[in-house]
Design a protein around this ligand. Structure first.
Ligand code: 13P
Ligand code: SF4
Length: 315
């Protein structure tokens, strides 16, 4: 089937089956186009929690679909490609984190949402890149903290909050591969263009960036900015929404190697229109989890959402 026909069929099936399609900003343009909600991890988790739809089709990666299932266990949650993983989620297992906790007794465990349900079940609080700084700031100043699994985001939050969180040694291989050298070269060629970067980038990249924030925060910054050109240090899927919201502005994608699209997340890009169509049609692959894990993993996620509401980060 052609893409336009697939899109029509997807919208038809979605209505027939009372399904909602949640899409992350890093999905391919066609998927973002047919999604009911496109957002960052925090907004999508909120949407998954409140949806009344019978089926949630999560166009993102596995940990995001798992989070949707944990927050709304009575719904059927589908992921177009069940192999859509994440290097951060793969860097730390529940068992790894349990051992790390034993090595650091008395620490409160904050885990970035980019982790498996087993890691969430071992955590006290979950955060996203959209709320991490405010949530950590809200914890008692003398609280000893473990931050897993992203050492780049954790290091950035340490620098912003003056904390000394113990960091798990994981990275997003997509963001970590971007180099400051590449960005400085682009800055030299486009001196008027501010650099916007995701906090999963390494410290050297963040040091030469003008704005650091979650996918949603970058979009807000760009919409409010008077600049006409931006250097974008994140996954290029977001350029779809950046261009859609700001047709008069220009976006320069940072490649880690000249001329190659190596900053594309191969996991995010596993989802295709065809897989989305088949997934809605056959109602598979489905996220299946045992109730014990759901209940354990739900506590730190619900805590994150409650704290985010109390702190005015979300409504
Ligand atoms: P956001 O929550 O900023 O959308 O990030 C998700 C992600 O996977 C970034 O790599
Ligand atoms: Fe994971 Fe990085 Fe891909 Fe986000 S971009 S899903 S953190 S590998």
């Amino acid at each position: 089937m052609k893409n336009e026909d697939l899109k029509k069929e997807i919208l038809k099936l979605k209505k027939e089956k009372n399904a909602v399609i949640l899409g992350h900003y890093y999905q391919i343009d066609d998927i973002q186009e047919v999604s009911d909600y496109v957002g960052d991890s925090l907004a999508l988790a909120q949407e998954a929690q409140r949806t009344q739809a019978e089926i949630i089709v999560f166009c993102g990666v596995h940990f995001m679909a798992e989070t949707a299932k944990i927050l709304n266990p009575s719904r059927k949650v589908l992921l177009p490609d069940i192999n859509a993983s994440c290097s951060l989620a793969e860097s730390c297992t529940g068992e790894d984190l349990r051992k790390f906790k034993e090595e650091h007794p008395g620490h409160f465990v904050v885990s970035y949402v980019n982790c498996s349900a087993a890691v969430k079940a071992e955590s006290d609080l979950i955060c996203t890149s959209g709320n991490a700084e405010k949530l950590i700031n809200a914890l008692p100043k003398d609280q000893k903290i473990i931050f897993a699994p992203d050492k780049n985001l954790g290091g950035y939050i340490n620098s912003q909050t003056g904390r000394n969180m113990v960091l798990w040694n994981g990275v997003c291989t997509v963001h970590d591969s971007l180099t400051s050298e590449n960005i400085l070269n682009m800055k030299a060629a486009h001196p008027e263009a501010p650099v916007v970067a995701h906090p999963e980038c390494n410290a050297a990249v963040l040091a030469v960036s003008d704005f650091i924030g979650s996918t949603k925060a970058m979009l807000t910054y760009i919409s409010k900015s008077q600049s006409k050109q931006f250097i974008v240090a994140t996954e290029p899927g977001i350029l779809y929404e950046m261009k859609r919201n700001n047709p008069d502005k220009e976006f320069l994608n940072v490649f880690n190697i000249e001329g190659c699209s190596c900053n594309e997340c191969s996991y995010m890009k596993l989802n295709t229109l065809e897989k989305l169509y088949n997934c809605l049609l056959n109602e598979t692959p489905e996220i299946v989890m045992d109730m014990a894990t759901i209940e354990k993993a739900a506590k730190p996620i619900v805590r994150m959402l409650d704290m985010s509401r109390e702190l005015g980060i979300i409504k």
